[in-house]
Design a protein around this ligand. Structure first.
Ligand code: S3P
Length: 171
């Protein structure tokens, strides 16, 4: 099946958007774009450094600019966004114009397991990871649901099944 528009992955940290996105792009033989990676490339520094020097606000401004630039590209791609990308209403509006927006979700238990040793995500460098993940979920889950066309859950890590599910969504 050839892609007639972008597939965008949204959802919480640790859900596996980048892993799934890479495989999906291979499956459809299109490019894969990771929004966080594009922000880092453009800035020439990593995300922790951006948060350190410009705060979350600076990061969100960069995220918004790069997202809109990516969505204007003519070629069709699979795009993985960062977990907080949907917080901005204009970002949500732009994403909802794309061919397919998939909410890539994970249970709190598996998410905590995957992220327990994470050092690269500034907003997770807290004493109580579980509590932070819970409050982010409370704040963001509904937004993901409202922005996405469909939802998948990655707990079992079965990428083949997820690709088949997403392919069926396009039929
Ligand atoms: C963030 C998620 C991260 C990254 C940044 C902030 C968030 O992306 O954009 O650390 O606010 O949820 P991933 O969802 O790819 O980890």
């Amino acid at each position: 099946m050839s892609l007639v528009g972008n597939i965008v992955l949204i959802g919480p940290m640790g859900a596996g958007k980048t892993t799934l996105g890479t495989k999906l792009a291979q499956h459809f033989a299109v490019g894969f774009i990771d929004l966080d990676e594009e922000i880092e490339k453009r800035a020439g520094v990593d995300i922790p450094f951006i948060f350190e020097t410009e705060g979350e606000k600076g990061f969100r401004e960069r995220e918004k600019l790069v997202l809109h630039e990516i969505l204007e590209r003519p070629e069709k791609s699979v795009i993985a966004t960062g977990g907080g990308c949907v917080l901005d209403p204009e970002n949500r509006k732009a994403l909802m114009c794309e061919r397919l927006v998939v909410h890539v979700d994970v249970s709190l238990r598996v998410q905590q397991q995957r992220l327990k040793n994470d050092k690269r995500r500034p907003i997770l460098q807290v004493n109580d990871l579980r509590q932070k993940l819970e409050s982010l979920r409370e704040e963001r889950h509904e937004i993901y649901c409202q922005t996405a066309d469909q939802r998948v859950v990655t707990d079992d890590g079965n990428i083949r099944r997820l690709i088949m599910e997403i392919e069926a969504m396009l039929e």
